[in-house]
Design a protein around this ligand. Structure first.
Ligand SMILES: CC(C)(COP(=O)(O)OP(=O)(O)OC[C@H]1O[C@@H](n2cnc3c(N)ncnc32)[C@H](O)[C@@H]1OP(=O)(O)O)[C@@H](O)C(=O)NCCC(=O)NCCS
Length: 201
């Protein structure tokens, strides 16, 4: 598995089956496939991601099985984030816990270590938010991260998420309990955002 989805034009993209299913200005989203297990496993093994998201590395086989299970779940959609136009694969984003009755879902976001700090997180988040509110009947999106995860909190706030509370002592990592900040974005707040939507790209 390479980090770049290697297709030069739309024809090859379609032949490869790795179509960009959602496009925004600077990023595209590609549905996660089982063969992405190695890549996701590598990213999830990064100590910063493991700390901030509260995950620990398991085997690549377990990752493959998880992708297969997630693929069968109607309540989540997982995507690789690719940069446009060169299609370098930079991270993973998911809309999980989708509850169509209540219109709620959670956002999960993780960039490869070498692609952090360049603003891609904000663009990926905006793209998924536009998908959730523009194509799905979502009313409320939430995200949870450590209260001291400054880049994640800045990205969430930049995308319009409002910090609504703290889940105290909600996460165990390296022998210590951590508080989790809960942020949310409501449909009405998204509608009021003064920025182009993904489909304006
Ligand atoms: C969190 C994450 C997605 C952020 O994406 P990113 O593209 O790397 O974000 P950036 O580093 O470009 O920073 C985004 C903002 O945070 C700010 N920031 C970065 N580090 C900061 C710090 N230590 N203190 C304060 N602000 C900081 C940047 O200045 C930037 O602000 P701006 O949008 O106003 O310019 C990425 O770092 C990541 O994948 N981390 C590991 C997994 C994770 O924590 N996921 C979050 C779960 S919600």
């Amino acid at each position: 598995m390479t980090d770049a989805i290697d297709y030069a034009d739309d024809e090859r993209e379609s032949e490869s089956g790795r179509q960009i299913v959602w496009r925004a200005r600077s990023v595209g989203l590609v549905a996660v496939e089982t063969d992405d297990a190695e890549l996701l496993h590598r990213w999830r093994s990064d100590p910063v991601a493991a700390h901030e998201i509260g995950i620990w590395p398991r085997s690549v086989t377990a990752m493959r099985e998880r992708i297969e299970r997630d693929g069968d779940d109607d309540d989540r959609d997982d995507f690789l984030v690719v940069l446009l136009p060169d299609r370098t694969t930079v991270g993973h984003i998911a809309l999980s816990g989708q509850d169509i009755v209540n219109g709620s879902a959670r956002i999960e976001l993780m960039l490869a270590p070498e692609h952090r700090g360049r603003g891609h997180g904000r663009h990926a988040l905006d793209a998924l938010v536009d998908l959730a509110f523009g194509e799905l009947p979502m009313h409320r999106l939430t995200a949870r991260t450590h209260t001291d995860n400054a880049p994640a909190l800045a990205v969430l706030s930049g995308s319009g998420f409002v910090r609504e509370g703290v889940s105290r002592s909600a996460c165990l990592h390296r022998g210590r309990r951590h508080d989790l900040a809960v942020s949310s974005l409501l449909r009405t707040e998204w509608e009021a955002l003064d920025r182009p939507r993904a489909w304006d790209a």
